[in-house]
Every structure is written in C-alpha cells, then in structure tokens.
Design a protein around this ligand. Structure first.
Ligand code: DAH
Length: 341
C-alpha cells in the first residue's frame, strides 16, 4: 500500500505539471484528491486495513495528499496568471477591471462670477438683455456720444472686420442702444453681460477679450441718488453687509455726471495691501447718469426720461476675490488653473 501511494503521488504530480489549462487541472484534482479520487479513496479505506498497517499508511497518505494539494494550488495560480495574460494579449475586455475615471467639467471661474452677479441684479429687478459681440462703429461709439475723431475713442481701440465700419464691440455699452430702441418709451431695468474685445498689448493686466456686465435703468425721475443707492445695495450683497463704498467723479462720454465706484478692500479690510496697492480701496465699476444725447439716440425724450448706467468687469472681480495675479489665466485653458474653482 505504501508503494501504491508513492506511485499515486508520482503520477499525480506529473499530471499536475502537465495540465495545460484550468479545466485539465480540475480533472486531475478530481481524479486524485476529489470526492472519489484515488488518494481520497485510500484515506477512506484506512479503517479497513490490518491494525499494524494503519498508522504508517495513514501518515503516508496524508503526506501525499498535502503534497498533491500544494502542487495543484501552485499550478492553479500559474495557470490563472498565464490565462489572464493571454486574454489581455488577445485584447479581450475584462469587465471586472475598474473603469477609468472621467474628467468632470465645471463652470469657468469668470462665468461663476457672471452668474453670481446676474442673480444679485435679478433680485433687484434687472433682467438679462443679450446683445451681439459684432457691432457697427455707430452703435459701439457714435450713438454713445463718441463721434469719429473723439479723443476718448483711443481708450477703446478694437478689432475691425474686413467690412468697413463692422467691428468687435469694445464694451457692452452699445447694448444700451439696442435695448432702448427696442423698448422706448417703456421704462427699462436690464443688465447686459457678455464678451468684449480690445486691441491690446496682452499682459498680466490686459487681455484682448474679457467679459463686462453693463447695467441700465431708464424711466421717470431716476436720479443720482438712485444710482448710488442701487450700487451700494449691490456691493453689500456681493462683498458683504458691512462693506464701505466710495464714489469718485470721473468721465465717460455716455454719462453725465460720471463716477467710478470703489469698495473697501475686502482682503485687508481697508488697511492697505498689495492687491489694493496700499490704497485700501478696490475699483469695481464705472457708472453715471445716462447722457441726454444717448437717451435721445435710444428713442427717449431726455426732458421726460432719465436713467443711470454702470459697467463692471467680472474677471477683475474674480481676480480680486481669489488673489489671481494674471488675467491671461482666464483664456489660457490650462486645467491646472481651471480645476481650482
Ligand atoms: N463702457 C465703459 C468701459 O468699457 C464702462 C462703463 C462706464 C459703462 C460707465 C457704463 C458707464 O455704462 O455708465 O470702460
């Protein structure tokens, strides 16, 4: 019987070694150590052996079974690995592998600010008015009280198309003309967000394209106090209840009088830092009372109607908020920048 066990072990180990795939190995297993396998049968029959043989045969049978089991397990591992390798080489899709993560898009930081601004102005009754990016010279300049050769046109050098007089708008202000002509003589309360273009030397502070958010209110008895109150209400919503707001007199051809709006620097609380250039104030908008010439060009009688307008830069606000030092990041399309917002 001991000799028989040696033979079984030799045979089994040889067949394990020769098993070419998992299915063949399973057959070997069932032939030797499975329920009706030969080694199993020997183990079961020990009780029927003469008493003096039992111990030696029992020990031997267990040693053989362990050796065969170990050989089967290690052969199974090897076969599995080579079968997986073969399947991968054959290009088979392994549906059990985890999927590749998809990059998830998000809202551009400039658009995040635009949406926030639009939501605040909506609360105050200002509706969005969409206006074109491609303008004619008249609407971008002349009708806004900037006649040809007006020196202030220098501030808004732009890109011209091959069609004379057709250009990319330098500001959202020409949208005021379109809106007024559409709604006159009804009162208006709108914001005009959108892209503007300027022929600029690109630098950390200037880009050839950027967003603006224009505002326009036209109606009866609209005064400078309405403009100031509305701007302060906006600034409190945008920058916090306690923010201080400052108005400086300025000049724009399309408003009279004109102002520029500063808010107390929210980074240093007005103490003076690098972002506010030690002034304690951040400029957030240009504004003013709509010039009578512009009202007339829009179709309103300036002796009956008045209005205010303002223009602000969402990118600039985003830069101030997040301490972004270079405006070129906005349209650079670098995910390392965009993923931070
Ligand atoms: N259009 C001006 C610019 O691009 C900004 C501006 C200033 C708009 C005053 C206005 C305004 O409506 O009243 O610099």
């Amino acid at each position: 019987m001991l000799k028989r066990l040696d033979e079984l072990q030799d045979q089994a180990l040889k067949q394990v070694e020769q098993a070419a795939d998992s299915a063949a190995l399973a057959q070997v297993e069932s032939a030797y150590t499975g329920k009706k396998g030969e080694i199993t049968t020997v183990l079961r029959s020990i009780g029927t052996l003469p008493a003096d043989e039992r111990k030696a045969v029992g020990e031997k049978a267990n040693v053989v079974k362990q050796a065969v089991d170990a050989a089967i397990a290690s052969r199974a591992d090897a076969l599995k690995a080579s079968e997986l390798g073969a399947a991968m080489q054959a290009g088979a899709i392994d549906v059990t592998l985890p999927g590749r993560p998809l990059p998830v898009g998000r809202i551009h930081p400039a658009n995040q600010t635009l949406r926030e601004l639009a939501a605040i102005w909506a609360e105050m009754g200002f509706q969005v008015y969409r206006s074109r990016d491609v303008e004619d010279d008249d609407t971008n300049f002349t009708l806004l009280n900037l006649p040809p050769h007006h020196p202030a046109r220098d501030m808004w050098d732009t890109f011209h198309t091959t069609q004379p007089g057709v250009l990319l708008r330098t500001h959202t202000s020409p949208g005021q003309i379109h809106a007024m002509r559409q709604y006159a003589p009804e009162p208006i309360r709108i914001i005009l967000p959108g892209m503007c273009y300027r022929y600029e030397q690109v630098s950390a502070r200037s880009e050839v394209q950027f967003n603006q958010l224009e505002g326009l209110a036209v109606g009866y008895n609209i005064h400078m106090t309405d403009l100031k109150g509305t701007i302060v209400a906006f600034a409190r919503r945008m920058f916090g209840e306690k923010v201080a707001v400052r108005f400086r007199s300025s000049h724009f051809p399309f408003t009279e009088p004109s102002i520029e709006v500063d808010v107390e620097c929210f980074l240093c609380g007005g103490e003076g830092c690098a972002v506010c250039k030690k002034t304690g104030w951040l400029e957030i908008a240009g504004a003013g009372m709509v010039h009578p010439v512009v009202l007339k060009n829009g179709g309103y009688d300036p002796s009956k109607f008045s209005g205010f307008a303002f223009g602000m830069g969402p990118e600039r606000m985003t830069m101030l908020r997040h301490g972004i030092t270079d405006i070129r990041y906005f349209w650079g399309n670098d995910p390392r920048f965009l993923e931070q917002f």
